[in-house]
Design a protein around this ligand. Sequence first.
Ligand code: GBH
Length: 459
Amino acid sequence: MDKPAFPTFPRDFTWGVSTASYQIEGAVNDDGRGPSSWDAFVAQPGRVINGDTGEVACDHYHRYPEDIALMKELGVDAYRFSFSWSRIQPGGQGAVNAAGLGFYDKLVEGLLEAGITPSPTLFHWDTPLELEQAGGWLNRDTAERFADYAQIVGEHFADRIPRWITINEPVVLTMLGYGAGIQAPGLALGFDALPAAHHLLLAHGLGVQALRAAGASNIGIANNHALTWPASEAEEDLQAAGLYDNIANWIFADPILKGSYPEELAPYLPPIPDGDLEIISSPIDWYGINSYNPTLVGAPTAGEAAFIDGHELDSSLPFSLREIEGYPRTDFDWPVVPEAFTDLLLNFKERYGDALPPIYITENGAAINDDPDATGRVADQRRIDYTDSHLRALKAAMDAGVDVRGYFHWSLMDNFEWAVGYSQRFGLVHIDYETQKRTPKDSYYWYQALIKASKSTEG
Ligand code: GBH
């Protein structure tokens, strides 16, 4: 049987693609860039698959004109990239490195000329190393330094950049960076990582205020969210899944959208200084959701460790992550469950009601590792299927009343996928890391046709 027709999105819906500085730029020593937490992390043996690093990555720092041309041809309205803090302030504080800022001037000018709306993230995990060594996000001072940095970037770009994102996925930096030690800075503190969550949220709020003071507007955050499924209806599974849901989702959304932490987390949180929650809940113009797949959570299983992306987690945690069975998987082994995307968005509407600002999907995509075939074509039909099904699921949520204004696919091109290096490919454009040759995949042409069709409909 044929699939139902692809749904019609509103004509002014924003279609975009996403990337992040350390994942694509390379040029780690160019023009006075200071090192970040990731430069130090990748240098530690055993941290990243194959010993891969972001030293060259997609060499976007030198090839950005070609990448802008690829986006123009793709037809996207907007491009989500991130600024490298340590290019702009090499030590994370103090004087501005004009050459670092100069790179982003050229990038932003190029995008504007191509008719693409720059939609940058101020911080996508690459903490300036000096700040990391002073405690990083466990140290409250990092949030203050972030506010200064936000002011610098805001003042420089407010007149040219019409959409802003403060921080990418505090949850992943907290849980994988400080909690489980899978990503930079590689600390495995378990629940003691939660102060990092608070400081990242505080940085977000201070960043919103600094950007506004600098004249910037249209400000949001990009938070990762995964629908939490309990492993069963048994009381202990429901309890464990509820706790996990609070730690993985609502701890990062409630303070921003409600001005409070989930009550259930009180036993785990550090004391929260007066006034912090007011800062964190500074009004935002829209809320960004990155989402890939749901998570299945149950009570801890005796003698059985929980895993994230193949890394074993502390078995004393009060929950365990389970395999989701019965769905297709991406090459990263993540389950493909589009209906969970609809339900996640409906949960947001139910939880926050009128306090929920318009939503942008700031990331969604799949690791599908096809290389060019003998004719040079990359036939990544499974990426098309993933994206098609998730866009239908997104439209279903919109039809049920969730106000979603745009979708940014992760990613424009294959790139440095953190702890798994270059082994997982998320791009619409294939990168040959030997030659830096860019090859648009079948999914690129599919997305191009979709955007074109969407702009010519009545919706
Ligand atoms: C994002 O993080 C990042 O912002 C981006 O930099 C990154 O390249 C991109 O996604 C792709 O990874 O345990 O099998 O259920 C995504 C955060 C955390 C989402 C782990 C999926 C669990 C998969 N991810 N998560 S699984």
